[in-house]
Design a binder for this molecule. Sequence first.
Ligand code: B3K
Ligand code: ZN
Length: 874
Amino acid sequence: KPTRFLRDYRAPAWRIDDVELDVELDAAATTVHARLSLQQDDATAPLELDAEALDLLDLRVDGRVLAGDEFTLADGRLVVPGLRGPLVLESRVRIAPDRNTALQGLYLSGTPEHGFLLTQCEAEGFRRITPFLDRSDVLARYTVTLRADRARYPVLLANGNADGAGDLGDGRHWARFVDPHPKPSYLFALVAGRLESIERTFVTAQGRRVRLVIHAEADAIGRCDWAMQCLEHAMRWDEQRFGRCYDLDAFHVVATHDFTMGAMENKGLNIFNAKYLLADPASATDDDHRHVLAVVGHEYFHNWSGNRVTCRDWFQLCLKEGLTVYREQEFESDLASRTLRRIEDVRLLWRAQFSEDAGPLAHAVRPDRYSEINNFYTATVYEKGAEIVRMLGVVLGRDGFRRGLDLYFARHDGTAATIEDFLAALGDANDVDLSPWLAWYEQAGTPELRASGRHDARRRCYELTLEQRTAPTPGQAHKRALPIPVAVALFDRSGRALPLRLDGEDAAVAANERVLLLGSDSATFRFVDVDEAPTPSLLRGFSAPVRLVQDTSPQALAALARHDNDGFNRWFASDALVRRLFAQALAHGEPEATLFSTWTGCVGSALDDTGVDPALAAEMLTVADATSLADGLDDVDPEGVHQARARVETGLACALVAPLLRRRLALGDGGDLAVEPLAQARRRLRNACLAALCRADVAHAPLARAQYEQARNLTDRLAALGVLLSMRDAGASAALADFAARHAGDALVLDKWFSLQATEADPRACERVAALLAHPAFRWSNPNNVYALLGAFALRNPRAFHRADGDGYRLVADAILRLDALTPQVAARLATAFGAWRRYEPIRRALMHRELERMLGREHLSPDLADILGRSLA
Ligand code: B3K
Ligand code: ZN
């Protein structure tokens, strides 16, 4: 595919005001009749529509059938020269949903006998349904009529409000939908099949009565109640926190097992990967429950941030995704645990985004070029994009941010906007110039923030010097200084937060935390009236997505880990100690004893203190993952990283056996089925204790065996199984077999069973994964299966994937080539596991390079995979 550039953006030469679609549904041969009312904005431009993977039956302009020589259809473009608008273009095409394994456009979920039909159009799937101006700045009103066999497809759904339905007399029926809100084609959706549903009524703050309907196949409908509760919470929350109300008479949600990603925010008809919709305590873990809450919220919030105001072009993808991820984070933080959500987000940022930014696939949050847009649904666009919005929230304050967002929605409702529009609205509403923030969107790479402090006893002041630097990334040799908000508190010896007054200010701020804005390469901030050397707490709440390098002493970090008044910062300080210990273990084989006991003392006291949020204590017990610990290293030896990490992890467990046993006992059997945040947090801690105990001493294995047997929820059973597996307990194989038998036929639970085995930090996981590829529950055509087994192995098991003999690489590369012929987006995502090849030690580097070249040498690669491989090798 040719490279597209942001600088080449041109407004569309033709517009589509109204779309009428008539769809005759059939799994093997569906016909789509489209009637497009077109306006011409540029009189010289020929009409060029996107059209892929469809058979064109006929084409008419204002009712006249065009002859074969009046248009061309090649390379995904339907070109009709010499037309003058306005006009009505009609096309009839035939498509084959049952052969659509790419899962883009109209496809079949499940088998032809038992499955159902559905669509996925973002980013460029609508062109596989009908010829169209398939770009996000063409907004049209849709009327959609579906016709299908009633017995085979009793439920018919499309975007918007229902506008009639009836019988066709020949065993078939029809249903019509009108969507009053103009929308881009990527938000189009239809669903047809045998689906069950649950329904509630929601009355919006504006008094609109809305039908909320969740649809799923018969075996899954019993697991949709949690999602329904989450949806109601999300709708109310968006009204209260952001003043956003729902705008149609019905909101439909559909679950499918065959989906390339998490879920999709189609207007009024969200489609979900079942993994993010179905949840009950017997078949979903606590984490799953929170993910359902977050994703149901995320897709719903898109109704404003994405649908009512959409993106001008795909370069602006972060406009809707960064903002919506941020809204989702706030939603979960308000409803569940703010501390836990922030810790998880920061862990994800480090593991996925920092590493992406450190390799050849690094790109700006708003990239300036792409060849395959589907490869840009990345941690950078989503997570770093959300971090930028969060920083703006910190700088503008809660009310200022709300004012800005209100103006953004008011100004751009019903249109397609840009990042510049977003910054202008937020800035105008607050009378500030936010244009320097554009640099965060345009510049790739993780900034390094150096902080050093100096106390001057004679002048009673504390000077904090902050410096920033961003290393070059592909295509960006020189980096500009970014606006970096650094939230700061200073604690005295007794743990009291000091009032903060900068030199030259009249009075100290009331709050004992403030945000310093570093706008240049370096700056020094002088706090006055500071009598003793304080303990600085920096980047509080992770106020900017940077790599913090601070000269803080271990004692100061320990004081923060014990006493910081914010839970996230306690964890953050503890994590900083972990990283120092890890670095020592990597360099010298053993971490230094005093530092080690300083850290274990902090974790031990969190464990003993029942006043501490159990989720926080659990997170402090959980050592950072190997990928995140290797961040910033060169010539990485994954085996060495694993050993050093294991030493830190096992050392902690051995040092804390007594408090671990005590706390686990005090937490009780955890066997209840409640899913409210505190119950989840207690289970989390109890399971973290179990894992640590079994790591410390195999003598604790009976605890894990007993928990496996007695568990009344999936969280506890799966946690115990993971522990047995990682200890290589004699009973592990039997437990694995028992688990598979208990959950036979339950694809989502078996995916967890696949992942557990694929992520076992043992080189032999490679053979195990190879064997599991032949398991009857594994299907190559199902993205969930592929991610659960191969994705988990390649992206979350560095020790086995990077096995020194190269078998891990070969296994995954072979799988990628096989998948590319089926589901290119999945193949491309898996291939990102090879992206960081240059950061490894020479032998692995060469092995990874060889696999990349081997894959690239294969004929008929999809554009998706070719793009990832090409950029990785560039
Ligand atoms: N917008 C979709 C992602 C579409 C991915 C296309 N390859 C899900 C979301 O972010 O809500
Ligand atoms: Zn999204």
